[in-house]
Design a protein around this ligand. Structure first.
Ligand code: ADP
Length: 261
């Protein structure tokens, strides 16, 4: 880097400072490249629903006035595409906002309290699902994370557990536990599962496993990317274990101690 070329004979501090500067420049560069990739991914992903929308508008122009069936069909389909785009934009805004997370006002939250509220709501919204909550925490289970981020991550996991249960299962189990450093939340389902090859990619934005299957199941491919971002902010982790046809278990970990962040 350019800073390395500066003659330094005033001691280690300046050399250290130069290193910090170089590091900052690299981070900035990486960030800009990341932004560029993000914008290009997004435009690509929005193009498909826009093309479908355009197709339906053409159908409407040609047949809509005389064919009431075509009219209803194309309007319904258009509305779906608009919903898709609006979900995508919402998810992308969420990802963008995560980058500006303020950690200065962080407080410990009780994951047991948060999860218990989420599960209560979940039962109301999905009465046909059997959801179990097991609390194996031995401490008060305090984790250093913004409550809305924990709730958002867990809502995505629970929604996915429902969506990808397909017709196979209706059982979901949430387990809270801990090790020395981490508060651990596991969300298990008995649904469609994810094949080994895809497991490595599902946390990348816009990746959706099994195209054929997913055509019927709505989604943006951004949910798990949002969780990955949240995990990164708090120096936590997200991982998956799964077998096709047997279901999936997602494990979300966040540090217990402030010093670890
Ligand atoms: P979306 O659900 O909007 O497609 P996500 O980022 O939340 O996006 O998930 C990415 C992909 O991972 C999904 O398209 C799906 O193929 C797979 N997936 C996520 N959760 C589950 C689950 N509980 N069971 C099976 N597959 C899942």
């Amino acid at each position: 880097g350019e800073f390395k070329d500066i003659e330094i004979n005033t001691g280690d501090e300046i050399e250290e400072l130069a290193d910090v500067f170089n590091d900052m420049m690299h981070k900035k560069q990486e960030y800009l490249e990341g932004q560029e990739r993000f914008v290009s991914d997004v435009s690509h992903e929005l193009r498909t629903p826009l093309a479908v929308l355009d197709g339906h508008i053409n159908l409407l122009l040609r047949w809509g006035k005389d064919d009431p069936k075509q009219l209803t069909e194309s309007l319904e389909a258009s509305r779906q595409e608009i919903k898709k785009m609006s979900n995508m934009i919402q998810d992308m805004l969420d990802i963008a906002r995560l980058k500006h997370t303020d950690r200065s006002e962080l407080e410990y939250i009780s994951v047991a309290c948060s999860m218990s509220d989420l599960v209560t709501n979940f039962r109301i919204v999905h009465p046909t699902f059997d959801i179990e909550l097991e609390n194996k925490l031995i401490s008060p289970g305090k984790a250093l994370i913004h409550k809305n981020h924990y709730d958002q991550a867990m809502t995505i996991l629970l929604d996915n557990a429902v969506k990808y249960s397909g017709k196979i299962g209706n059982y979901i189990k949430v387990t809270l536990s801990e090790d020395d450093d981490m508060i651990i939340t596991k969300v298990l389902d008995h649904g469609l599962g994810i094949c080994k090859e895809d497991q490595a990619y599902i946390f990348e934005r816009f990746f959706r496993a099994d195209k054929a299957r997913n055509r019927e199941i709505g989604g943006t491919g951004l949910g798990l990317a949002i969780i990955k971002n949240i995990a990164q902010i708090y120096k936590g982790s997200i991982s998956v274990e799964s077998q096709v046809g047997k279901g999936a278990v997602f494990t979300f970990k966040i540090p217990k101690n402030k010093e670890k962040i």
